[in-house]
Each structure stands twice: as C-alpha cells, then as structure tokens.
Design a binder for this molecule. Structure first.
Ligand code: CA
Length: 692
C-alpha cells in the first residue's frame, strides 16, 4: 500500500516522496507541501485545512480504527491543532503545556510545562486553553497563558528564548497559536472581557526581539505608541471613538485567534475581537464605529504597516468578534478566478473579500441572524434590524448570542467542491442595558444584565428561557452560490473543528463521536467513539505508507455535566484496532450536607450581585466544567470558604484569591447567597427573578 496523492501533487510525490527530512522548514514549506506533514495551524499558510492525502477514502474508510492514544497531564478544555514534522507530533494542552510525541506510536519524546501561575486562570474568559504551536526550522513557538511567547528546540524541548508579550498587571492571556512569516513569529492575545487594549506583535524567530506591534484601538491617553499602528490609528480610528469607559479599559479588540498570511498578496490578515465593555453606550457613549473592533485588518508582515481593513460590525455591542478563523482561497466568481479572504465570524454573516484590496464581494447569513437584515454591498455596512440595539432600555433576544453563530472551531475548504465546511452552533442571546454599570476588576465587563436567581418573591418566574433552541450544524457553504449546499443537523450535539481531504471526505467530531462525511453530499460514511468531548479540529498526516487522522479530546460527558479528566490525543489509521481506553472510575465528590452548615450573617440579596458579577460567568457560564458553587462543601463553613476565596487555597488549579477584589462583608454576603441557593435548589420551590 502506498499513499495516494491528489493529481496536482503527484509530480512532487514521484520526485521525492515528500520533503527530505533535513530540508529547511521555512516559508516555502508552509506555503505548499505534499500533505504528509501538518506544518502550521491551518496546515498551509492559506489555512484551508484541506489535505491532499487520499489513502483514507470512501472505499477504505470502513477499516479506519484507532492506531494509538496518548494521555496528557492537563485536564480541562483541549483546543489545539497538532503539528507534525519529521515524524514528530507537537501539540499543546490546557495550561499551555507542550508535548512532542512519536507520530507513528504516540510515545512521548518530551514535555514542556511553562507553569503559568494558577491565578492567570482567573483572566481566561473561556477556559485555560491553548490552540497550538508554530514551527520554523528547528524551533517551536507557543504562547503561554500568562502572556509569554516561548521558543523551544524541537528535538529536545529545551527553551531557547522567552519574552513577556503583555503587561502582567493587566488581564491579558494568550490562548491562540502563533504563526511564522518571513522569520517573524506573529502572536496576539486575549482578555477583552476583562479590559485590555488589543494588539498583535511580531518577534524575530532567531532572538525573540520585538520587530513590530500593531494596536487595534487608539491609545486612551491620545499619544502615539511608537508602534506600527500609530499613523492609521490617528488617520482612521481615533475619530471613531467617543467619551466612555474605553479610556479605562483599553477598549478591547484583542487578536486572540485568526492570524493568516497570504503569500500571493504578501499580506497578513488578523481578526480583531469585541469591545470592552460589550455595551457600546458605556464604551463609547453609543457613538462611533470604534475601529478596529470586529474587523479583519491586513498588514505587511515585515513591518506591521496597515494596508486595508473591513469592519464586520460597526459600533459592536453584542460580543460579535471577528477573530474567528480566516482562510484564503482562489474561487470562481462571475467567471473570474479571484483570490479571496473568507470568514464566518460570530455575527452570522459569511464574508468574501478581495485579498489584495479588502473590497467586499459578498456577505450572506450562514445561520439564523436577526440583529441585521443584510449587509449593504455598496457601503459595506450591515443594515441593523430595528430592534438590534438594547442600549436604551430595551430587553431584546438576538441571534446569534455572544458565543456567535461560529466561534474558534476551525472551518475547512474543499477546492474541488468549492465548499467551506462551517461548524455552526447558534442560539438567541438576551441583551439588556446594565444601568449603573461600572468597570470591574477580575470580572467580565459587558455592560449587559446577567440574570441570576434572586432570594426574593418565592414562586417568581425563573431565569428567562430563550425564545428558541440552540441549533448545532455542520454547514457546507458554497461561497459562489452564497448559500449552503448541504447541512447536517447535529441535534443537541456540539460540533468541533473541521478537516477536509482530497479523497472527498470531511471529518468533524460531534460531542464524543468523530465522524466522516461525503464532501459533496454530507452523507455520513464513518464514525468512531472518542471517549470524551471533541471541540478541536482533526488533522491528517502520513508516516511511511500509512495515513493518520489525529484529534485532541477534552472534557468527558457525565450525564449533563462536563467532567474533567486528563486530556488525550487519538490517532486513527486504516487497520487500527486499538480501543479508546476507559477513564478510571473516580469516587463521587463529597456532597454538601445541608444539616451541618455554619450560618452566614451576610445578606443573601446583596450576595446575589457579588455572585452575578464575579462568579456566575465561570461557574455557570463560559467554563461549563467549573464546580457548581451551590453544591460545594466549601460553602458550608466560613473558614473553608475564606480559605478558597481569600487565601487562594485552590490558586494552583486556577481559582485565584479574590482578596483584592472583595471586602469581608461582600464575602459574607456571597456565602449567604450560596447557602440560600443550596437550600432552595434542594427544594422544588426555587425562587428567581431578574436582578435589575
Ligand atoms: Ca468576547
């Protein structure tokens, strides 16, 4: 058996059966290769996640089984796209740990733990995840949760250089993968829920020297930064910001995911996130487009010089980031082959832009969207629906919710079908103005009312239900027809990132099943259990004459909760006969005994607001696996509660001390509230109402 390559690459394959092991891993290799290795986040610079490997195909896929699995030290979310080079698979786990594994057997070659302080977990909006590494020659680069960019030796895992890319005094994190372009390592950061000023930086691969930095929002003090962004911020962005708390928060606009290079136009495209706070009224007086929030910005990779931008959501007010994955492709449009940038950001429109100029070619809804009726192709701006804005007192439900119609889960492209496969998960979100909002440290800054149950009026309505259900789909979007060609409805299962291959297959996990579909029709042709929930994208590579499919596995579904077990990587091949190892049974945690509770003198009503502002978003929101505080034995006594909340007893696991953020009275009130919740949830008459 040998690896069959798509026709376009047969010539390359005949010449040398892949690159010799010692050929430099440089821009040429990242631009195009025979698919036997997976060398950068989206496989090649264009980030189509389309592999020319065809050994695993419709005829052979019945024999696809598990070749090996590897288990990591870190539990929690696993979002990385592994890379493969010279027979070694490199991946990252939660808490920014790096693993090098034998890509044929899964045997561990080395492991590097940058040990970000556990307290940085507090700053990670959506879990302590990491989406992967970058390779360049004999070096590997990755971002640590605490804002360091670190270079390692690929053979040994030994550190070569490390640079702090962020101000440790502010709530920056790094979860995204770096990219390397022309010897520059490009890295962004995250933290726009907490209050930071977004930027993207380039460091020299050889020495970790800062080459350029581009800020995505104006400097709140009105001064130039001495950065690549100075001129364009003064010329285009400054006049789009007005009086508001952006001057305290930095405005947001973090570049936390998409950083994509196009070798044809020689431009670097970065996707920019939401504003801080989300609410445009508090951020900027409800005025102005607030450039470059929610935009795709094209830069010169050598200098960071601005070339063009396209803003998807002017005056962003819904957490509609545009940092979702970007891909470059050549597609036929009106009889012409055009080189385009494509993105399906949170706001629910699929954008096609000319890569060289940023000219908007099309923008069409790929999911239920009701915040805007359409995008005006003449002005390039969305036409908001009449009820889009909530900043003047309205309570509105809009699709998409802040999680978006599509988030970080990578999409893939099949150039033969001219289809983009989009992981869609969309539900309505409730937006209403948080009158009296003030900037909070160590908490999300949205300026939107968050609903928590309140200890008043028993029998009052519970937390409001959304007007419609969440929709989970794999959508095969035809950018030329501006419509889906086929859609797979995943029901209650959430889909992960996507891989497409020249064999006409599309791989995507739905919860704990890895599934292969026919690229042209969406017909399911194969599936295999993964033992845990998969949100990451699969990759494919070849070692010797065998093709592999590999994917990261994160949480484990236990009933209705996501349980934390060590993360894993599963690798499949034809004829693989291994079984996914069962997770060892664990004793159930000791339940909270309501009969042995030390009463709290605090005020549960006031504690509800503390809970809403500081606890709810992680413990019942964006990080679904964190403990339910209303069931935690920790709340039973003041001493155990203070050990965790003030003394930082669990800081190593990410639960940092709130000593600097909460007073003694607030902590007492919070415990009183949690005790009320614990009691009311133990009886069926739990009361709840809107908090304000
Ligand atoms: Ca956000």
């Amino acid at each position: 058996m040998r690896i069959i390559l798509s026709t376009a690459l047969v010539a390359t394959a005949l010449l040398g059966c892949g690159r010799p092991a010692h050929q430099p891993l440089d821009g040429a290799a990242l631009e195009a290769n025979d698919g036997r290795e997976w060398l950068t986040y989206g496989r090649t610079y264009d980030e189509q996640r389309f592999s020319p490997l065809t050994d695993i195909n419709a005829a052979s896929i019945g024999r696809l089984g598990l070749a090996w699995s590897a288990e990591f030290k870190a539990d929690r979310g696993q979002e990385a796209t592994p890379l493969v080079h010279d027979g070694v698979l490199y991946t990252t786990t939660a808490w920014s740990q790096v693993y090098a594994l034998d890509a044929r057997t899964g045997a561990q070659l080395w492991h590097y733990d940058p040990k970000p302080p556990g307290s940085t977990g507090l700053r990670a909006c959506c879990d302590v995840v990491n989406r992967g590494v970058a390779l360049w020659n004999d070096r590997l680069f990755f971002g640590a949760l605490d804002g360091r960019l670190i270079a390692l030796n690929t053979k040994t895992g030994a550190p070569i250089w490390s640079v702090q890319t962020t101000d440790p005094a502010r709530s920056y994190t790094i979860t995204g993968a770096p990219r390397v372009v022309k010897g520059n390592v490009i890295i962004g950061n995250a933290g726009a829920e907490f209050g930071v000023r977004g930027y993207v930086s380039a460091y020299s691969a050889d020495a970790g020297r800062l080459v350029w930095r581009f800020y995505t929002t104006p400097n709140p003090d009105g001064q130039p930064d001495g950065a690549a962004s100075d001129d364009v911020l003064a010329e285009k962005a400054a006049q789009t910001w007005f009086d508001g708390v952006w001057r305290q928060t930095g405005g947001g606009g973090t570049v936390w995911d998409a950083i994509v290079y196009d070798s044809k136009s020689e431009l670097l495209f970065v996707g920019v996130g939401n504003g801080t706070p989300w609410n445009h009224k508090f951020r900027s007086g409800g005025r102005g487009d607030n450039l470059f929030l929610a935009s795709i910005v094209a830069l010169r990779p050598e200098t960071g010089e601005y070339v063009w931008h396209y803003q998807t959501t002017p005056g962003e007010s819904w957490d509609y980031t545009a940092t979702q994955p970007i891909m470059i492709a050549d597609i036929m449009l009106d009889g012409q082959r055009r080189r385009v940038v494509m993105q399906a950001p949170k706001n629910g429109f699929f954008y096609v832009l000319d890569a060289a100029t940023g000219h908007l070619i099309s923008a069409d809804k790929f999911a239920p969207v009701d915040w805007a009726t359409h995008v005006d192709l003449t002005t390039g701006r969305p036409v908001e629906s009449g009820s889009a804005r909530y900043e003047n007192g309205a309570v509105v439900w809009h699709s998409p919710a802040p999680g978006g119609a599509h988030n970080w889960q990578p999409m893939a492209f099949n150039p033969n079908e001219e289809l983009v496969y989009i992981p869609v998960s969309v539900a309505p979100g409730r937006y209403s103005d948080a009158e009296g909002y003030r900037v909070l440290s160590a908490a999300w800054n949205t300026g939107i009312v968050r609903i928590v149950p309140l200890p008043t009026a028993s029998g009052a309505p519970s937390v409001p239900e959304p007007p419609s259900e969440r929709l989970n789909q794999l959508v095969a979007w035809a950018p030329t027809a501006k419509a889906p060609r086929w859609t797979v409805d995943l029901g209650a299962r959430r889909g992960g990132g996507v891989l497409a291959t020249a064999a006409g297959l599309v791989f995507q996990a739905a919860n704990d099943q890895l599934i292969a579909y026919d690229a042209a029709t969406g017909k399911q042709v194969w599936s295999h259990g993964t033992g845990g929930l998969v949100r990451a994208a699969p990759i494919t590579y070849a070692i010797g004459d065998e093709q592999y499919i590999a994917v990261m596995v994160g949480y484990v579904a236990e009933g209705s909760i996501q349980a934390r077990y060590p993360g894993r990587l599963l690798a499949f091949k034809l004829g693989g006969i291994q079984k996914v190892p069962p997770y060892p049974p664990r004793p159930a945690p000791a339940p909270l005994d309501l009969n042995v509770i030390e009463p709290s003198a605090g005020d549960a009503q006031a504690g509800a607001l503390v809970y809403r502002d500081y606890c709810a978003v992680c413990h019942e929101g964006a990080r679904g696996s964190l403990p339910n505080l209303t069931r935690s034995p920790m709340i039973a006594a003041r001493a155990s509660f203070e050990a965790v909340v003030f003394a930082g007893a669990l800081a190593l696991t990410g639960m940092a001390s709130f000593r600097d953020h909460l007073s003694d009275a607030q902590a007492d009130n919070l415990r009183a509230y949690l005790l009320w919740r614990a009691r009311s949830e133990a009886t069926p008459a739990a009361a709840a109402t809107e908090d304000r």
